[in-house]
Design a protein around this ligand. Sequence first.
Ligand code: FES
Length: 165
Amino acid sequence: MDKDIITRSGSLTESRRRFLEKSGVSLVLATFGAAFFTACSSTEDADPTGPPTPPGNSSSGITISGSVIVINLAIQTALNNSGNWLLIENAKALVANVNGSFVALTSVCTHSGCDRNWTFAASRFTCTCHGSVFDASGRVVQGPANQPLTQFTTQVSGTTLTINK
Ligand code: FES
């Protein structure tokens, strides 16, 4: 059920940025599909108010089945390095690689319910709707939110990351 999965991600590495610049966006899209391009969008480059770009469904590596999200890390490379993160809009989930461990939280902000305007930096998620900041465990670092984000369980087996909401 990975049809129409919509993701955003962050932490574009310098080498990837140079690769994209050299290759040109159209070549990247043609070669790797939109999922690769989405996976390369950085926090600093992200436009949280812009329309989401769905990755190629067959190449996203993400399957959502009820309350279970399965990510093939060999395909969905957006989480490969510490500091990388992913917003899976369809599942209302934030996923991040924090020092090699994966964390998953609800993307529904406890302040007013925004669920897709997120950035991630220095192991903190920021809801850009009104500026609430949460640590990687979902605890409130800065309001206006005063309740933590629900944390989901994560399990890695080989290149498969399973998230249970
Ligand atoms: S909805 Fe997230 S800070 Fe207001």
